[in-house]
Design a protein around this ligand. Structure first.
Ligand SMILES: Cc1cc2nc3c(=O)[nH]c(=O)nc-3n(C[C@H](O)[C@H](O)[C@H](O)COP(=O)(O)OP(=O)(O)OC[C@H]3O[C@@H](n4cnc5c(N)ncnc54)[C@H](O)[C@@H]3O)c2cc1C
Length: 325
Protein backbone atom coordinates (compact mmCIF):
# COMPACT_ATOMS: atom_id res chain seq x y z
CA UNK A 1 0.00 0.00 0.00
CA UNK A 2 1.51 3.32 -1.12
CA UNK A 3 2.38 5.43 1.93
CA UNK A 4 4.25 8.67 2.54
CA UNK A 5 4.35 12.25 1.30
CA UNK A 6 7.51 12.49 -0.73
CA UNK A 7 9.27 15.79 -1.50
CA UNK A 8 11.87 16.12 -4.22
CA UNK A 9 14.86 18.13 -3.00
CA UNK A 10 16.05 20.01 -6.06
CA UNK A 11 19.72 20.88 -5.81
CA UNK A 12 22.37 22.65 -7.80
CA UNK A 13 26.10 22.88 -7.20
CA UNK A 14 25.85 20.98 -3.92
CA UNK A 15 23.13 23.23 -2.49
CA UNK A 16 19.53 22.33 -1.74
CA UNK A 17 17.21 24.84 -3.41
CA UNK A 18 15.17 26.96 -0.91
CA UNK A 19 11.89 25.87 -2.52
CA UNK A 20 12.37 22.47 -0.82
CA UNK A 21 11.43 24.05 2.54
CA UNK A 22 8.21 25.34 0.96
CA UNK A 23 7.31 21.85 -0.26
CA UNK A 24 8.03 20.46 3.21
CA UNK A 25 5.48 22.97 4.56
CA UNK A 26 2.94 21.70 2.02
CA UNK A 27 3.77 18.13 3.05
CA UNK A 28 3.17 19.00 6.72
CA UNK A 29 -0.27 20.40 5.88
CA UNK A 30 -1.11 17.04 4.21
CA UNK A 31 0.40 15.05 7.08
CA UNK A 32 -1.87 16.82 9.57
CA UNK A 33 -4.79 14.88 8.07
CA UNK A 34 -3.27 11.69 6.66
CA UNK A 35 -0.62 11.12 9.35
CA UNK A 36 1.80 9.80 6.73
CA UNK A 37 5.56 10.25 7.11
CA UNK A 38 7.28 13.01 5.16
CA UNK A 39 10.00 11.60 2.93
CA UNK A 40 12.60 13.64 1.10
CA UNK A 41 14.46 12.23 -1.90
CA UNK A 42 17.73 13.63 -3.16
CA UNK A 43 20.34 12.57 -5.70
CA UNK A 44 23.65 14.13 -6.56
CA UNK A 45 27.40 13.83 -6.64
CA UNK A 46 27.98 15.72 -3.36
CA UNK A 47 25.38 13.56 -1.70
CA UNK A 48 26.55 13.74 1.94
CA UNK A 49 26.63 17.54 1.80
CA UNK A 50 23.08 17.48 0.45
CA UNK A 51 21.71 15.09 3.07
CA UNK A 52 23.42 17.15 5.81
CA UNK A 53 21.40 20.18 4.69
CA UNK A 54 18.21 18.11 4.83
CA UNK A 55 18.55 16.37 8.19
CA UNK A 56 16.88 19.19 10.09
CA UNK A 57 14.45 20.20 7.38
CA UNK A 58 11.34 18.83 9.08
CA UNK A 59 11.28 15.58 7.09
CA UNK A 60 10.80 12.20 8.81
CA UNK A 61 12.86 10.14 6.35
CA UNK A 62 15.55 10.99 3.81
CA UNK A 63 16.38 8.78 0.84
CA UNK A 64 19.50 9.47 -1.19
CA UNK A 65 21.47 8.29 -4.18
CA UNK A 66 25.09 9.29 -4.60
CA UNK A 67 25.82 9.69 -8.30
CA UNK A 68 29.24 9.01 -9.80
CA UNK A 69 29.29 12.37 -11.60
CA UNK A 70 27.60 15.77 -11.57
CA UNK A 71 24.23 15.10 -13.20
CA UNK A 72 22.79 18.63 -13.28
CA UNK A 73 20.59 18.97 -16.38
CA UNK A 74 21.03 15.28 -17.32
CA UNK A 75 17.31 14.86 -16.88
CA UNK A 76 17.14 11.69 -18.96
CA UNK A 77 19.50 9.90 -16.55
CA UNK A 78 18.36 11.57 -13.32
CA UNK A 79 14.71 10.77 -14.02
CA UNK A 80 15.62 7.05 -14.15
CA UNK A 81 17.35 7.30 -10.75
CA UNK A 82 14.33 9.04 -9.27
CA UNK A 83 11.86 6.58 -10.78
CA UNK A 84 13.91 3.72 -9.28
CA UNK A 85 13.92 5.46 -5.88
CA UNK A 86 10.16 5.99 -5.95
CA UNK A 87 9.54 2.35 -6.85
CA UNK A 88 11.39 1.35 -3.68
CA UNK A 89 9.85 3.99 -1.38
CA UNK A 90 6.30 3.64 -2.79
CA UNK A 91 4.91 6.97 -1.51
CA UNK A 92 1.26 7.91 -1.97
CA UNK A 93 2.17 11.41 -3.18
CA UNK A 94 5.18 13.22 -4.63
CA UNK A 95 5.61 17.00 -4.39
CA UNK A 96 7.94 18.58 -6.92
CA UNK A 97 8.90 22.24 -7.36
CA UNK A 98 7.30 23.75 -10.47
CA UNK A 99 10.70 24.89 -11.69
CA UNK A 100 12.19 24.23 -15.13
CA UNK A 101 14.26 21.39 -13.61
CA UNK A 102 11.36 19.90 -11.64
CA UNK A 103 9.07 19.95 -14.68
CA UNK A 104 11.64 18.44 -17.00
CA UNK A 105 12.73 15.62 -14.69
CA UNK A 106 9.31 14.61 -13.40
CA UNK A 107 7.49 14.56 -16.73
CA UNK A 108 10.00 11.80 -17.56
CA UNK A 109 9.52 10.14 -14.15
CA UNK A 110 5.73 10.10 -14.70
CA UNK A 111 6.16 8.22 -17.98
CA UNK A 112 8.50 5.69 -16.35
CA UNK A 113 6.07 5.10 -13.46
CA UNK A 114 2.95 5.23 -15.62
CA UNK A 115 1.33 7.75 -13.28
CA UNK A 116 -0.09 11.24 -13.81
CA UNK A 117 1.58 14.59 -13.18
CA UNK A 118 -0.38 17.70 -12.31
CA UNK A 119 1.56 20.82 -13.22
CA UNK A 120 1.77 24.12 -11.37
CA UNK A 121 -0.46 23.60 -8.31
CA UNK A 122 -1.10 26.58 -6.08
CA UNK A 123 -3.06 24.73 -3.38
CA UNK A 124 -3.09 21.16 -2.11
CA UNK A 125 -6.03 19.95 -0.04
CA UNK A 126 -6.69 16.54 1.44
CA UNK A 127 -10.04 14.82 0.92
CA UNK A 128 -11.36 11.43 2.04
CA UNK A 129 -13.16 8.75 0.05
CA UNK A 130 -16.06 6.74 1.43
CA UNK A 131 -13.73 3.81 2.13
CA UNK A 132 -11.67 6.07 4.43
CA UNK A 133 -8.66 6.46 2.09
CA UNK A 134 -7.26 9.91 1.45
CA UNK A 135 -6.52 11.68 -1.81
CA UNK A 136 -5.13 15.09 -2.71
CA UNK A 137 -7.16 17.77 -4.43
CA UNK A 138 -4.61 19.46 -6.65
CA UNK A 139 -5.83 23.00 -7.27
CA UNK A 140 -4.31 25.10 -10.01
CA UNK A 141 -5.10 27.95 -12.38
CA UNK A 142 -5.95 26.77 -15.86
CA UNK A 143 -7.34 27.74 -19.28
CA UNK A 144 -5.06 30.73 -19.74
CA UNK A 145 -5.04 31.30 -15.97
CA UNK A 146 -8.72 32.28 -16.14
CA UNK A 147 -10.25 29.59 -13.94
CA UNK A 148 -9.20 27.47 -10.99
CA UNK A 149 -9.50 23.76 -11.47
CA UNK A 150 -9.23 20.85 -9.07
CA UNK A 151 -7.40 17.85 -10.44
CA UNK A 152 -7.62 14.47 -8.75
CA UNK A 153 -5.37 11.56 -9.66
CA UNK A 154 -7.36 8.56 -10.88
CA UNK A 155 -8.17 6.20 -8.02
CA UNK A 156 -5.70 3.36 -7.71
CA UNK A 157 -2.87 5.20 -9.51
CA UNK A 158 0.12 5.96 -7.28
CA UNK A 159 1.97 8.06 -6.61
CA UNK A 160 -0.20 11.14 -6.96
CA UNK A 161 2.44 13.40 -8.44
CA UNK A 162 2.29 17.17 -8.71
CA UNK A 163 4.49 20.20 -9.25
CA UNK A 164 3.87 23.09 -6.84
CA UNK A 165 4.50 26.69 -7.77
CA UNK A 166 7.37 28.30 -5.81
CA UNK A 167 6.39 31.03 -3.39
CA UNK A 168 2.95 29.65 -2.52
CA UNK A 169 3.83 27.94 0.78
CA UNK A 170 5.78 29.57 3.59
CA UNK A 171 9.14 27.79 4.02
CA UNK A 172 9.05 25.22 6.84
CA UNK A 173 11.17 26.18 9.82
CA UNK A 174 13.28 23.05 10.05
CA UNK A 175 13.42 20.82 13.10
CA UNK A 176 14.13 17.21 14.06
CA UNK A 177 16.82 14.90 12.81
CA UNK A 178 15.76 12.56 10.04
CA UNK A 179 17.47 9.23 9.34
CA UNK A 180 19.17 8.94 5.94
CA UNK A 181 18.88 5.82 3.80
CA UNK A 182 21.32 5.52 0.88
CA UNK A 183 20.28 3.36 -2.06
CA UNK A 184 23.66 1.98 -3.09
CA UNK A 185 22.08 -0.32 -5.65
CA UNK A 186 20.72 2.52 -7.81
CA UNK A 187 23.22 3.80 -10.38
CA UNK A 188 23.04 6.82 -12.67
CA UNK A 189 22.70 5.54 -16.24
CA UNK A 190 24.49 7.10 -19.21
CA UNK A 191 23.03 10.38 -20.44
CA UNK A 192 22.64 11.81 -23.92
CA UNK A 193 23.04 15.30 -22.42
CA UNK A 194 26.42 16.88 -21.89
CA UNK A 195 26.76 20.19 -20.02
CA UNK A 196 29.12 22.54 -21.85
CA UNK A 197 28.94 25.53 -19.51
CA UNK A 198 26.67 27.60 -17.29
CA UNK A 199 25.56 31.18 -17.74
CA UNK A 200 23.99 32.87 -14.69
CA UNK A 201 20.33 33.68 -15.29
CA UNK A 202 18.82 37.09 -14.84
CA UNK A 203 16.76 35.79 -11.94
CA UNK A 204 13.86 38.25 -12.12
CA UNK A 205 11.51 35.93 -10.25
CA UNK A 206 14.07 35.06 -7.63
CA UNK A 207 14.72 38.73 -7.04
CA UNK A 208 11.05 39.49 -6.51
CA UNK A 209 10.51 36.46 -4.27
CA UNK A 210 13.53 37.33 -2.14
CA UNK A 211 13.18 41.13 -2.15
CA UNK A 212 12.57 42.89 1.15
CA UNK A 213 10.93 45.85 -0.57
CA UNK A 214 8.66 45.51 -3.61
CA UNK A 215 6.95 48.24 -5.62
CA UNK A 216 3.81 46.86 -7.25
CA UNK A 217 2.29 48.62 -10.23
CA UNK A 218 -1.33 48.32 -11.29
CA UNK A 219 -3.36 49.56 -14.23
CA UNK A 220 -3.17 53.04 -12.74
CA UNK A 221 0.58 52.97 -13.48
CA UNK A 222 0.26 51.38 -16.92
CA UNK A 223 0.94 54.48 -19.06
CA UNK A 224 4.60 54.59 -20.14
CA UNK A 225 5.20 57.89 -18.35
CA UNK A 226 3.74 56.57 -15.09
CA UNK A 227 5.61 53.29 -15.35
CA UNK A 228 8.88 55.16 -15.96
CA UNK A 229 8.24 57.10 -12.74
CA UNK A 230 7.49 53.84 -10.92
CA UNK A 231 10.78 52.37 -12.18
CA UNK A 232 12.76 55.43 -11.15
CA UNK A 233 11.14 55.27 -7.72
CA UNK A 234 11.90 51.55 -7.32
CA UNK A 235 15.52 52.16 -8.41
CA UNK A 236 15.89 54.96 -5.91
CA UNK A 237 14.67 52.94 -2.94
CA UNK A 238 16.32 49.68 -4.12
CA UNK A 239 13.05 47.79 -4.56
CA UNK A 240 12.07 44.96 -6.90
CA UNK A 241 9.17 45.60 -9.28
CA UNK A 242 6.02 43.49 -9.37
CA UNK A 243 2.66 44.11 -10.95
CA UNK A 244 -0.94 43.14 -11.30
CA UNK A 245 -2.24 40.90 -14.05
CA UNK A 246 -3.21 43.71 -16.46
CA UNK A 247 0.43 44.81 -16.49
CA UNK A 248 1.57 41.27 -17.23
CA UNK A 249 -1.10 40.93 -19.93
CA UNK A 250 0.13 44.03 -21.73
CA UNK A 251 3.77 42.96 -21.40
CA UNK A 252 4.67 45.92 -19.15
CA UNK A 253 6.10 43.36 -16.70
CA UNK A 254 7.09 39.74 -17.38
CA UNK A 255 4.65 37.08 -16.16
CA UNK A 256 7.30 36.02 -13.62
CA UNK A 257 6.66 39.32 -11.84
CA UNK A 258 2.86 39.06 -11.69
CA UNK A 259 1.62 38.97 -8.13
CA UNK A 260 -1.55 37.14 -7.18
CA UNK A 261 -3.51 33.92 -7.32
CA UNK A 262 -2.36 33.05 -10.82
CA UNK A 263 0.99 34.76 -10.41
CA UNK A 264 3.42 34.63 -7.52
CA UNK A 265 3.04 35.05 -3.78
CA UNK A 266 5.48 37.45 -2.16
CA UNK A 267 6.27 38.08 1.50
CA UNK A 268 8.37 41.27 1.54
CA UNK A 269 8.91 43.47 4.55
CA UNK A 270 7.46 46.45 2.67
CA UNK A 271 5.15 46.55 -0.33
CA UNK A 272 4.29 49.85 -2.01
CA UNK A 273 1.28 49.49 -4.24
CA UNK A 274 0.77 52.08 -6.99
CA UNK A 275 -2.49 52.34 -8.93
CA UNK A 276 -3.75 48.94 -7.81
CA UNK A 277 -7.47 48.50 -7.05
CA UNK A 278 -7.00 45.55 -4.67
CA UNK A 279 -8.96 42.72 -6.30
CA UNK A 280 -8.91 39.53 -4.21
CA UNK A 281 -7.09 37.62 -6.97
CA UNK A 282 -4.24 40.09 -6.58
CA UNK A 283 -4.21 40.65 -2.81
CA UNK A 284 -3.98 36.86 -2.21
CA UNK A 285 -0.40 37.20 -3.43
CA UNK A 286 0.59 40.02 -1.06
CA UNK A 287 -1.43 39.33 2.07
CA UNK A 288 1.62 38.26 4.09
CA UNK A 289 3.45 41.55 3.48
CA UNK A 290 4.57 43.05 6.79
CA UNK A 291 3.98 46.71 5.89
CA UNK A 292 1.70 47.76 3.08
CA UNK A 293 1.52 51.25 1.58
CA UNK A 294 -0.98 52.10 -1.18
CA UNK A 295 -1.39 55.06 -3.48
CA UNK A 296 -4.68 55.20 -5.34
CA UNK A 297 -6.82 58.15 -6.47
CA UNK A 298 -9.97 56.32 -5.39
CA UNK A 299 -10.23 56.55 -1.62
CA UNK A 300 -12.78 53.71 -1.64
CA UNK A 301 -10.49 51.29 -3.49
CA UNK A 302 -10.39 47.87 -1.76
CA UNK A 303 -6.59 48.05 -1.59
CA UNK A 304 -7.04 50.39 1.39
CA UNK A 305 -8.68 47.51 3.31
CA UNK A 306 -5.30 45.79 3.54
CA UNK A 307 -2.99 48.84 3.48
CA UNK A 308 -1.33 50.07 6.67
CA UNK A 309 -0.82 53.51 5.13
CA UNK A 310 -2.59 55.06 2.19
CA UNK A 311 -2.29 58.17 0.03
CA UNK A 312 -5.46 58.98 -1.89
CA UNK A 313 -3.76 60.88 -4.70
CA UNK A 314 -2.48 60.70 -8.26
CA UNK A 315 0.59 58.47 -8.20
CA UNK A 316 2.28 60.60 -10.89
CA UNK A 317 2.15 63.66 -8.68
CA UNK A 318 3.33 61.81 -5.58
CA UNK A 319 6.26 60.17 -7.38
CA UNK A 320 7.32 63.38 -9.16
CA UNK A 321 7.39 65.18 -5.84
CA UNK A 322 9.36 62.37 -4.17
CA UNK A 323 11.82 62.17 -7.08
CA UNK A 324 12.03 66.00 -7.15
CA UNK A 325 11.22 66.15 -10.88
C1 LIG B 1 -9.21 33.58 -12.34
C2 LIG B 1 -8.58 34.94 -12.22
C3 LIG B 1 -7.28 35.01 -11.77
C4 LIG B 1 -6.66 36.26 -11.62
N1 LIG B 1 -5.38 36.31 -11.16
C5 LIG B 1 -4.82 37.51 -10.94
C6 LIG B 1 -3.48 37.60 -10.41
O1 LIG B 1 -2.79 36.61 -10.18
N2 LIG B 1 -2.98 38.83 -10.18
C7 LIG B 1 -3.68 39.99 -10.43
O2 LIG B 1 -3.16 41.07 -10.20
N3 LIG B 1 -4.93 39.91 -10.95
C8 LIG B 1 -5.50 38.73 -11.22
N4 LIG B 1 -6.74 38.68 -11.75
C9 LIG B 1 -7.37 39.96 -12.17
C10 LIG B 1 -8.03 40.70 -11.00
O3 LIG B 1 -9.33 40.22 -10.82
C11 LIG B 1 -8.08 42.22 -11.26
O4 LIG B 1 -8.75 42.42 -12.49
C12 LIG B 1 -6.72 42.86 -11.35
O5 LIG B 1 -5.95 42.54 -10.20
C13 LIG B 1 -6.89 44.38 -11.42
O6 LIG B 1 -5.64 44.96 -11.64
P1 LIG B 1 -5.36 46.48 -11.28
O7 LIG B 1 -5.63 46.72 -9.82
O8 LIG B 1 -4.03 46.79 -11.82
O9 LIG B 1 -6.41 47.25 -12.22
P2 LIG B 1 -7.76 47.98 -11.88
O10 LIG B 1 -8.69 47.11 -11.16
O11 LIG B 1 -8.23 48.57 -13.17
O12 LIG B 1 -7.35 49.15 -10.90
C14 LIG B 1 -6.59 50.24 -11.24
C15 LIG B 1 -6.60 51.19 -10.05
O13 LIG B 1 -5.72 52.25 -10.30
C16 LIG B 1 -6.27 53.46 -9.75
N5 LIG B 1 -5.69 54.56 -10.51
C17 LIG B 1 -5.92 54.91 -11.81
N6 LIG B 1 -5.15 55.96 -12.14
C18 LIG B 1 -4.42 56.29 -11.04
C19 LIG B 1 -3.45 57.28 -10.77
N7 LIG B 1 -3.05 58.16 -11.70
N8 LIG B 1 -2.93 57.35 -9.53
C20 LIG B 1 -3.32 56.47 -8.56
N9 LIG B 1 -4.23 55.49 -8.77
C21 LIG B 1 -4.76 55.40 -10.00
C22 LIG B 1 -7.78 53.31 -9.96
O14 LIG B 1 -8.48 54.08 -9.00
C23 LIG B 1 -7.97 51.79 -9.75
O15 LIG B 1 -8.32 51.49 -8.40
C24 LIG B 1 -7.38 37.45 -11.93
C25 LIG B 1 -8.69 37.36 -12.37
C26 LIG B 1 -9.29 36.12 -12.54
C27 LIG B 1 -10.71 36.05 -13.02
Amino acid sequence: MAKGICVYAENYNGKIEPVTAELISAAHSIKETTGEPIQVIVAGEKCEALTDQLKQSGADEIYAVKTDRDCAFQDDALSQVIADMLKKIDPSSVLVPATPMGRSIFSRVAVKLNCGLTADCTELLVAQREDGTYYIKQNKPSFGENVFVTIVTKEGYYPQMMTVRPGVYTPYEGEGSAEVTYFDDIALPASKIEGVGAVPAEAETDSILAAEVVVVGGRGAEEPESFALLKAFADKIGAAIGGTRPLADTGQIPFQNQIGQTGFTIRPKICISLGVSGAIQHTEGIKDTKLMVAINTDENAPIYNIADYGIAADLNEVLKEYLEL
